[in-house]
Design a binder for this molecule. Structure first.
Ligand code: SF4
Length: 178
């Protein structure tokens, strides 16, 4: 019996999620569905969304909550400065061999439960992106090519010098394809 403005942030968030789950929409779009929730509610929200995907619905979740993404996602797309820079299966992305893009690796390394090592610097202004890679000013692997040439998105990655952990993965895939 309450108006939306009378609900707390967390309750409004849960009410919005519940509304989205009513009906039989085959595709759910969830933009930061766990923001503002305490950890217990995050777990319950993730479980509920996962249950719906297990029942055959597709879910596109946009989130900064990597722990929630790890629990719910089958595939992960990492965005930086408005572009997708890596797409990967969630298992190898969060486990082994890990991300291939330096920004994606930095995101995981920054987690308290991992290295708790922040990515240096700040993101670029979206209205004044550099000619080359948008992550170059913050990337330890950047070289002259990175600052001069924007990396194309190819084989799930937009990087001139992707991390090597993925090489065996690609080789495995190549062997499987062969
Ligand atoms: S293209 Fe270069 S600067 Fe950009 S993420 Fe890859 S290695 Fe780093």
């Amino acid at each position: 019996d309450r108006y939306p403005h009378e609900l707390s942030g967390g309750l409004a968030q849960r009410a919005a999620t519940a509304l989205a789950l009513i009906g039989d929409a085959p595709l759910l779009l969830a933009d930061e569905p766990t923001t503002g929730l305490d950890r217990d509610l995050v777990e319950r929200t993730v479980d509920e969304l996962r249950r719906h995907t297990d029942e055959g619905r597709a879910l596109l979740i946009i989130t900064h909550d990597l722990a929630a993404a790890e629990r719910i996602a089958d595939r992960v797309a990492v965005m930086y400065a408005g572009r997708i820079v890596e797409i990967a299966d969630a298992g190898p992305f969060f486990g082994a061999p890990g991300p291939r893009h330096p920004y994606a690796k930095g995101l995981l390394d920054a987690l308290p439960e991992r290295d708790f090592a922040p990515i240096p610097g700040m993101p670029p202004e979206l209205g004044a992106l550099p000619d080359g890679c948008a992550f170059a000013a913050r990337c330890a692997r950047a070289d002259a090519r990175c600052t001069a040439e924007r990396p194309a998105f190819d084989d799930g990655l937009a990087c001139h010098h992707g991390l090597t952990g993925r090489a065996s993965h690609s080789l495995t895939k190549a062997a499987a394809d062969a």
